[in-house]
Design a protein around this ligand. Sequence first.
Ligand code: MRU
Length: 369
Amino acid sequence: MQVKIRGQRKSFRTVRFDAATNSVVLIEQRLLPHRFELVSTRNHRETAAAIRNMVVRGAGAIGATAAYGLAQGARAFRGTHRGLFKRHLSKVFGDLMNARPTAVDPLNAMHGVQAAMAFGKTVAQKQSLALAAAEEFANENTEHCRNIGQHGLRLIPNGCTVLTHCNAGWLAFVDIGSATAPLYAAQAAGRKFLVLCDETRPRCQGASLTAWELAQQDVPHNIIVDNAAGHLMQRGKIDLVIVGADRVLGRTGEVANKIGTYTKAVLAHRHRIPFYVAIPLSTLDWKLSSGLEIPIEERDEAEVLGAWGVASGRGRTYVRTANPTSSALNPAFDVTPAELITGIITPVGIIRPEDLWRRRAELGWVGDP
Ligand code: MRU
């Protein structure tokens, strides 16, 4: 998407690969919305750390980053011994897979890279197939978001108000975003609408990232505190909800997404407001058969006990807001049951969550692993 830098608009992707230096180039998301900076990771361990520390975050973006990280690790191998190469790759795979547990996109993306490498006979062939497959994942991710926009466009009539939670915009993908794709499509179609961004404590991806993205594209929006949604729904001030997801179970239609999503779905159901989840196909998990099996990331309690900001003239600063002797619990995601979800906006159309399994062939299911 385009970013305004010193009055000029320039296009960026959230993640890309620099083959000449074998590095992954990322937008440093922890500095947004205050500073726009790119960072490069020099090896797969730095790439895994960038995922773990949330330099890059969001299911699709960490999927593409993991795919590039696997290619980066493969290309760093020196030698022609296929056995040693295989051992090296499984270490790289593990490091990237363990960086964050909830989103399934990194796993799906790296399985795609592995499958492509299997067609290579020599180490050199496998290395070049790995990078081609990572590039393909990134391009496909963008294409999927574009198609989500076309299918979701009909949900955004003139004059409507849309609530979104966390950031499922282009920063959470390679480009465009999933929950934001129908919004950008509606804007391109000349429709007028308002977006409400949940601030999304504790890391405030809604207030910092989604609001920044929408401001960059001149989309009218307001930030609301997470607890305001019920009140606004009760007063008829929200027409629909669109969120992203970190993992959608193809067998049950359950959706893991940023903590607080479940609460919004319950509220939307109570007020008969449509609740949609927008995802590329890499967010589908065909293996698990219960939302209780989804690994829910527990993050550092410091996120809950304080907040980060950028003070003028200084870098990123942390301020403790909570009582100094208290500790905190910090589950980063929750699971919304299928019956609370009106539809899943996918690149192939809007599908009821309970129909995902029946339509698995067109949704990219390739058989049981
Ligand atoms: O912890 P994050 O910022 O990586 O969480 C991911 C998210 O931004 C959300 O859960 C989002 O709604 C889905 S990711 C496309």
